[in-house]
Design a protein around this ligand. Structure first.
Ligand code: A3P
Length: 289
């Protein structure tokens, strides 16, 4: 795994094939100055990549717009019809480069480790991820119909969703953090105190920005501002791939929305399953926010 369209949850005609061959090819791609942002789907990838893009452009919104290729920061493993693949985009991008990916730790091309790239991982509590992912499946035409919410929750718990088990994903990157240059962030912390989290990123990158620039970054990447931004919503770049009338891409942008969706029984079952799969780990998530 992953096996492109054979992977559970990918539609057969999916444009986004996680081709193993492409990963092998991409082992030549990492550069020392690269900064990949990683995460399992739906933890705020778009949010983090917007923040990173703004940091790299010193808070210059116009420059970010000008450099936009495919929703700005290339997705390592994806290719949209008629667009360059993430790898092709990277090849034509000067260093320092930003890359985003949902790959689990064991599938990151080895060059990223060899070149000692800085990696930022963002994780989000699994209940909100599952609900957000369910709505994304409904609106993104690359995905199969997720079925009912109850069915999707079962598939999520079993890891039968694109990119596989959330539990393995977050644990895998958490454990890797002991040996490698990885900044591990949480969506819930970013919601509570975005300024503090942006400062953590700046410190990790060894970059200093004036307070006014940080203010601009925080404003531009707030949920309200990003919701108004057609590029951040994938409205301009991928109209044929997402049906925004079913659900907007930037849907609610809050922590704890799962409470509006889980039944009491589903929550109990989810908690039991969570305890089992996360046993022995010192990685903890804020579900009650
Ligand atoms: P919801 O569906 O809960 O609203 P990803 O980019 O990894 O696919 O994650 C999408 C989720 O991140 C969506 O969650 C989206 O609304 C949320 N998100 C995107 N930008 C955000 C922002 N600026 N602030 C808060 N949440 C944001």
């Amino acid at each position: 795994q992953p096996a492109g369209s054979d992977h559970p949850g990918w539609s057969r005609s999916a444009y986004a094939a996680l081709s193993y061959k492409r990963h092998q090819r991409s082992t030549r791609e990492g550069r020392e100055e690269d900064s990949p942002c990683l995460q399992h789907p739906q933890p705020g990838t778009t949010w983090l990549s917007e923040i990173m893009d703004m940091i790299y452009h010193d808070g210059d919104v116009e420059k970010c717009r000008r450099d936009a290729i495919y929703n700005r920061v290339p997705f390592l493993e994806l290719k949209a019809p008629g667009e360059m693949s993430g790898i092709e985009q990277l090849e034509s991008t000067p260093s320092p480069r930003l890359v985003k990916t949902h790959l689990p730790v064991q599938l990151l091309p080895t060059s990223f480790w060899e070149k000692d790239c800085k990696i930022i991982y963002m994780a989000r509590n699994p209940k909100d991820v599952a609900i957000s992912y369910y709505y994304f499946h409904r609106m993104a035409k690359i995905h199969q119909d997720p079925g009912t919410k109850a069915e999707f929750l079962e598939n999520f718990m079993a890891g039968k969703v694109p990119y596989g088990s959330w539990y393995d994903h977050v644990r895998g990157w958490w454990e890797k953090k002991q040996q490698k240059k990885i900044l591990y962030l949480f969506y819930e912390d970013m919601k509570k105190d975005p300024r503090q989290e942006v400062q953590k990123i700046l410190q990790f990158l060894g970059k200093e920005l004036a307070e006014g620039i940080v203010d601009r970054i925080l404003h531009h990447t707030s949920f309200q501002e990003m919701k108004k931004n057609p590029a951040a919503n994938y409205e301009t770049m991928l109209p044929i791939l997402m049906d925004h009338s079913i659900s907007p891409f930037l849907r609610k942008g809050v922590s704890g929305d799962w409470k509006n969706h889980f039944t009491v029984a589903q929550n109990e079952r989810f908690d039991q399953h969570y305890q089992k799969l996360m046993a022995g780990s010192d990685l903890h998530f804020q579900m009650e926010v």
